[in-house]
Design a protein around this ligand. Structure first.
Ligand SMILES: [Zn+2]
Length: 193
């Protein structure tokens, strides 16, 4: 069994319990939720409202449903991608700085499988190099598939690629669990791809 399959199997096991997201994945989305005001916060389910009204700790784990509910409550995928981009920039310049490779698109994105497991306790990500500036990242076995999280993840990857190359990048999610596939696949194309 490859490490990827082992991770995916671990994700399958995770469906038996509450899947969780790390506090780092919640910083930007909870900040925006607070900024949207009391009316937005009042409509949230109690567990999510508690997180928004409390202090999010970078190293703590929270129910994955909190992240999904907040992302789904945002206006649209443009906003979800924007938040993913902000989160990547914040994390790759601070808490996960050691995983960032300046000037190196492939090196930076090759750390995404490790980053996935820092942000989420289910599922596993696989890195594949397709060309000099084209990378394919796949996520399997995630316990709570959500198109909203995929948009956030696409934004995260775009920002990571752009920070690494200091040039525009493009991310397309070509296959998605929420569209019946067995995995989500993100094609990342950096400058010149
Ligand atoms: Zn997806």
């Amino acid at each position: 069994m490859s490490a990827f399959d082992a991770g995916a199997a671990r994700g399958t096991d995770a469906t038996a319990r509450t899947p969780r997201a790390k506090g780092t994945a919640l910083f930007e989305v909870t900040r925006v939720a607070r900024a949207l005001g009391a009316e937005f916060v009042a409509r949230l389910t109690p567990p999510t409202r508690n997180v928004v009204e409390g202090t999010v700790l970078a190293g703590s784990w929270y129910p994955e449903t909190v992240l999904r509910e907040l992302l789904e409550g945002l206006a649209d995928d443009v906003e979800r991608r924007r938040l993913g981009r902000l989160q990547a920039r914040k994390d790759l310049e601070s808490v996960y700085r050691s995983l960032f490779r300046a000037g190196d698109l492939l090196g930076t994105l090759s750390t995404f499988p490790m980053l996935w497991s820092l942000y989420h306790d289910s599922g596993a990500a696989l890195f594949e190099r397709c060309a000099a500036a084209h990378v394919r990242l796949s996520v399997r076995g995630f316990a709570l598939p959500s198109a909203a999280l995929c948009a956030f993840t696409a934004g995260w990857l775009q920002s990571a690629a752009e920070l690494a190359t200091d040039a525009p990048a493009r991310v397309d999610e070509t296959t998605c669990r929420t569209r019946g596939a067995d995995r989500c696949v993100f094609e990342v194309r950096g400058h010149g791809a």
